[in-house]
Ligand binder design. Structure first.
Ligand SMILES: O=c1ccn([C@H]2C[C@H](O)[C@@H](COP(=O)(O)OP(=O)(O)OP(=O)(O)O)O2)c(=O)[nH]1
Length: 160
């Protein structure tokens, strides 16, 4: 049941005996949990490509984005190096999660079956990149990299 959310069928192949198909923990979740099929210990500052045991056939025009789980991040400093990872629609290999342990002291062990990341499905447009000598004007123009100021209108930090 999605109460009107878009639904797309994503064929899943389990390529490891401990693999679990991506699943939404709660109704309304944006991300479907990805679980580990390996036990991996990450020392402080260490990273590893952790296998999920699943291969997907994401429909053309969609992408799977591998996001960190906020609970793991808040409790243990575990994140995804390339967040969000991009799983292309044409990719048929096993989804891997590039986990990193950002805790300054503690190591962290991922166990088989642990939910390590979440997969968000999004529709994507295909750009038709056309060379042009000039671009249409816009309010921002060419400014960027903090051009609008620091931390908001009430900022008193002076770090503008
Ligand atoms: O977190 C991730 C990110 C990517 N992939 C897989 C699916 C994706 O379709 C493929 C390639 O990813 P990406 O395009 O980000 O990598 P690249 O470094 O540009 O490699 P390539 O030259 O293969 O495109 O790797 C994962 O399993 N997990």
């Amino acid at each position: 049941m999605t109460d009107g959310a878009r639904q797309i069928t994503v064929p899943v192949r389990l390529v490891h005996r401990d693999a679990v198909a991506p699943a939404y923990a709660q109704h309304g979740d944006a991300g479907a949990d990805l679980t580990s099929v390996a036990e991996v210990t990450l020392a402080s500052g260490e990273r590893a490509l952790v296998p999920t045991g699943v291969s997907l056939a994401i429909p053309h025009g969609w992408v799977g984005l591998v996001h960190p789980r906020s609970g793991l991040a808040a409790r243990h400093g575990i994140s995804v190096v390339n967040a969000p990872g991009t799983v292309d629609s044409g990719y048929r290999g096993e989804v891997l999660v590039n986990l990193v342990n950002l805790d300054p002291r503690e190591s962290f062990t991922v166990r088989v079956g642990d939910r390590i990341a979440q997969l968000v499905l999004q529709e994507v447009a295909e750009g038709l990149f056309e060379l042009s000598d000039s671009l249409p004007p816009s309010p921002r123009g060419e400014t960027g990299h903090g051009s609008t100021g620091g931390f908001g209108p009430e900022s008193t930090t002076g770090r503008e």
